[in-house]
Write a protein that binds this ligand. Structure first.
Ligand SMILES: CC(O)(O)NCCCCN
Ligand SMILES: [Zn+2]
Length: 667
């Protein structure tokens, strides 16, 4: 199934007709440069372009009041003076004779997208619309928004398709209060928003945007606000919020549909946001949401006012929806102190609502307000920081996002004769020669191995070399001895100059000490074995009381340990090994296989042991880019397991500060 793209130039046909500094940034060119970049990068040709349509009254009334709709209906016939007068009753928004038409098209675009995803015509998609929607409320336009496109889409999905649970992720730099108000007492819609807040000093200056607003009544816990109390947030800050707040809760919620309020004013260069995250971060944020709801993801454009970073961010998002390999994220230095304060506050506020946060040991029992922290931080703010804040947001520059080339072959497999090659995979035949290195290995490692093991290893090595040359994206090998093959592979890759391996070992099994000495291989082992005291900077043994059968504990280790470590290690190869008898369930295994493709531009090598032959198909399906099935709503993980994960984090966070989720940051 493909990726839908919805866009119509009709939505460029309205603009600000008078002087209003607050609104002048919302220009038609936002759509034309975004769509133009997609065309220029050959992305529109790869999408399924769907037509827009006008929303009908009944659809708009899913969220808005009749009197508001009736009032907006009058605007096409208004004179310029009437339009100005009409606009005065709302905040930071403008009207135009054609904006009602465009607002109906924006809603209609979002609904077309929802229809095509929920009817299974496409896998996912993006709607490029204006006017944006997430600030508009039941009876009020606000923040350039007229109708709440995404809120209407959520109500529409529930009403027309009976969707039970919807996750709305709002990565726009402004708080979508309109969405929050619409669903604050609705437990079937989980709304997550981060937003520039600066202790209520930033627009829309609402106390309702702070972290302690968690939803009301039945909806308590289903509204997550992450305030950014400083500008200049970077990729690390965004990733740490996904790893330590959004993903654990989103997986526990287990949505049937993911809607994204895709605003790109949270990208570097945007004078509204004043953040420093680069456009390629949206490739990763999108991907991290694509293994929820079996990949049913609808992204709808909200804000984004720097035409360069907007266009780049839109392309990064669409490329990920299309399944292209993710770009490497470099120099992730870990979250700043302000982010850690916000993280701690949000996790504390939601601790009672989500079992994934229940055992988080780092959380104070008292309610900490970032206001108190700020005032305490005020005294010891050094003059550099003061100067930094007073400096005007000068023109930022950032590197063009790296090209993301899909190798000719997606998935290659090394299988014993007699094992069927999964559809769409390429079977690696015997490599021509055994290669000199192999003969030495034969002497070192394989002395008593039979020829089939030597042949298999030579094929695995050629698979690795083809991944290195980006001829192949990922691969899978079914071998006689997974542990031995793992050791040889690490040895082989570590011999390369600029290689870094991220070895994820699921299940019990001995990791030879020498492979973690060179600092190029980071090992995370998730098992039921308590090898905690053998841990080191490059060897992270996660012991789950009930072993890998415990999905909640496994999931927690995946988000709060594996993801941050993987991002910070930034490997050139991911080696995922399933030890025999690990007990990990297939869906957890598939989710893990999917998540690990965030790294190394998707160069993942999976090693399975022959008696795990049944895993070949399900693993290949994920390697080929199919979404992992849902884990189901996750129960609380065991207290001991959560504490073990927390102990590991506190031991490791000095070396790997993306693990930080609270407390003092080094920055
Ligand atoms: C869609 C949006 O969130 O980017 N609108 C921002 C409005 C800012 C008004 N000061
Ligand atoms: Zn915005």
């Amino acid at each position: 199934m493909g990726t839908a793209l919805i866009y119509d130039e009709e939505m460029t046909k309205y603009k600000l007709l008078w002087v209003d500094p607050a609104c002048k940034i919302e220009v038609p060119e936002r759509l034309t440069v975004s769509h133009g970049a997609l065309v220029r990068n050959g992305l529109t040709d790869r999408c399924i372009c769907l037509p827009v349509r006008e929303a009908v009254d009944a659809e708009i009334l899913l969220v808005h009041s009749e009197e508001y709709l009736e009032a907006v209906k009058q605007t096409p016939h208004m004179t310029l003076e009437d339009l100005k007068e009409f606009t005065l009753q709302y905040g930071d928004v403008y009207f135009h004779p054609n904006i009602y038409h465009c607002a109906k098209l924006a809603v209609g675009s979002a609904l077309q997208l929802v229809d095509s995803v929920l009817m299974g015509k496409v896998k996912n998609g993006m709607a490029l619309v204006r006017p944006p929607g997430h600030h508009s409320m039941r009876s009020a336009a606000n923040g350039f928004c007229v109708f709440n496109n995404v809120a209407i889409a959520a109500q529409y999905a529930k009403q027309k398709y009976g969707v039970k649970r919807i996750l709305i992720v709002d990565w726009d730099i402004h708080h979508g209060q309109g969405v929050q108000y619409c669903f604050e007492d609705d437990p079937s819609v989980l709304y997550f928003s981060w937003h520039r807040y600066e202790h209520q000093k930033f627009w829309p200056n609402l106390k309702d945007s702070d972290y302690d607003i968690v939803g009301k009544g039945e909806g308590a816990g289903f509204n997550i606000n992450v305030p950014w109390n400083k500008v200049g947030m970077e990729n690390s800050d965004y990733l740490s919020v996904f790893c330590h707040v959004l993903l654990p809760i989103a997986y526990e919620f287990c949505p049937d549909l993911v809607l994204v309020c895709a605003g790109f004013d949270s990208a570097i260069g945007d004078l509204e946001g004043e953040m420093c995250a680069t456009p390629d971060i949206f490739a990763h944020l999108t991907y991290l949401l694509m293994n929820l709801a079996e990949g049913k993801l609808c992204a709808v454009l909200e804000g984004g006012y720097n035409l360069t970073s907007l266009a780049q961010s839109v392309c990064q998002t669409v490329q990920t929806l299309l399944g292209d390999p993710l770009p490497p994220l470099t120099n992730l230095t870990g979250p700043c102190r302000s982010t850690l304060e916000s993280l701690q506050c949000v996790r504390a506020a939601h601790r009672q609502h989500w079992s994934c946060l229940r055992h988080a040991v780092d959380l104070p029992t008292f309610e900490i307000s970032t206001i108190r922290i700020k005032s305490s931080g005020e005294e010891n703010k050094d003059e550099a920081e003061v100067w930094e804040e007073q400096k005007s947001p000068e023109e930022k520059i950032w590197p063009e996002p790296p090209k993301r080339v899909s190798p000719r072959v997606c998935s290659a497999v090394v299988l014993p004769d007699g094992v069927v090659c999964p559809d769409a995979c390429e079977r690696l035949s015997s490599s021509e020669d055994l290669g000199p290195h192999l003969l030495t290995l034969k002497k070192d490692f394989l002395k008593d191995a039979d020829d089939s093991a030597v042949t298999a290893l030579s094929r695995v090595f050629s698979l690795i070399d083809k991944m290195k040359n980006n001829e192949i994206r990922n691969g899978l090998a079914l071998v006689g001895d997974a542990a031995m093959t793992m050791t040889c592979v690490v040895q082989h890759v570590a011999a390369e100059v600029d290689s870094r391996v991220f070895l994820v070992c699921v299940g019990n099994g001995n990791i030879p000490g020498h492979i973690i000495e060179d600092g190029k291989t980071l090992v995370v082992q998730i098992s039921g074995e308590d090898t905690e005291e053998q841990g080191s900077k490059y060897y992270v043994p996660v012991c789950l009381k009930k072993g890998c059968t415990d999905t909640s504990g496994f999931a927690q280790a995946m988000f709060s340990l594996l993801l941050p470590l993987g991002y910070q290690h930034n490997p050139s190869l991911v080696l995922l090994v399933r030890m025999p008898g690990s007990g990990v369930c297939d869906i957890m295994w598939q989710q893990l296989t999917a998540l690990l493709q965030s790294f190394a531009q998707g160069h993942t090598l999976v090693l399975l042991q022959e008696d795990d032959k049944a895993c070949v198909g399900p693993t290949a399906s994920i390697l080929l880019g199919n979404p992992a099935p849902p884990l189901g709503q996750l129960p609380a993980s065991l207290k001991e397991d959560a504490e073990a994960v927390e102990r590991l984090r506190s031991r490791l966070q000095a070396d790997w500060n993306l693990l930080l989720a609270t407390g003092e940051s080094t920055k």
